[in-house]
Design a protein around this ligand. Sequence first.
Ligand code: SAH
Length: 372
Amino acid sequence: MQLQRVLNRVYSEKRPRIEDLEFLLSLKTPDKRDALFDFADRVRETHMGRGILLRGIVEFSNHCRNTCRYCGLNRFQDGLERFRMTRDEVLACVRNIDEAGIKTVVLQSGEDPECDSGWLAELVFDIKEHFSGAVTLSVGEWTAEEYDLWRRAGADRYLLKIETTNPKLYRDLHPGMDHNFRLACLETLASLDYQTGSGSIVGIKGQSVRDLAKDILYFSESEFSMLGIGPFIPHSGTDMGRELPGGMDLALKMLAVARIVTKNTHLPATTALGSQSGSSAWKAALKAGANVIMPNFTPAPYRRGYDIYPGRDRVAESPKSCVAVVESMARSIRRTVDFCRGDSLKMNKRVFQADAGPFYFRKKSQGGDTIV
Ligand code: SAH
């Protein structure tokens, strides 16, 4: 059967053929889609096992200088009440994450023009002093010096989605932003030995199936540690508010193909998937290749303000109850929750020192230079 042949070829060939990727991303009938998801599920089982990793997200600022047309935080959103959490508020969230047994904290924000890189470095350092897990930053485009500072402060991972590999579409979605700079940021991050994650928005206006297939090719060549793949969700406050949503179906196919091609990359059931259909979407993603869930630990008063797309405040209540929900979901699909750090499985390609950062870093308060 042609589908099985294509699946085997995409799995086994070093560089997948673009026509094969397009074929898989275009599957229409439920039985064929299920065959794709089952295949991806088996690849996940072989390369990642049955554990579901947890990463706790803290969205610490919704200030943003950027122009992403789909995002409810972009700088044109005048009506949005902006917030910036204090150091102590972030540390309290990290304690909650730690107490829930989760070994990765993801600090995410808009591109806050007032974000002082030294402040963030000290925050990362403070977190790492008490928290034995990994710290992931997801704060957008900055200079190599800033990335280096945060890395040396102890940040282990960085997540920066390419959003789309089509430069023209990228320009259209991000007026004034530079696709080449985003690509360069990803290279800088990898060169600084961050466990680097990327990903794309799926099903956004102007994006073809070929574009998505090219995203997969880029992912397969770049050896990212992690990929966030989620559907476009129209936000009524943005000028893309009336466009069609990207849709679960296409996002799940993209996730499944990413699993088959990248094999041991960490693939979360993204918040964007969960926001649309709640935990049933998470379950579907976990059965189509995903091996990570990222519960939201942003305190309630701020969660509403981190309004990148609608439906987000439905996701997760308290940290512990969220872990219980994921545990029962895992049982229902004969999986387990894995309370490990879940470091990159790609790092055998490079020399990687997981905890090198803090040794290079002395705090001002201890009388030393900020960074040595
Ligand atoms: N400022 C950081 C974090 C951005 S928010 C950065 O630039 O990396 C995290 C992700 O949310 C983005 O990478 C984008 O892919 C996603 N996102 C934002 N608005 C969205 C929307 N309307 N639909 C789907 N995903 C969206």
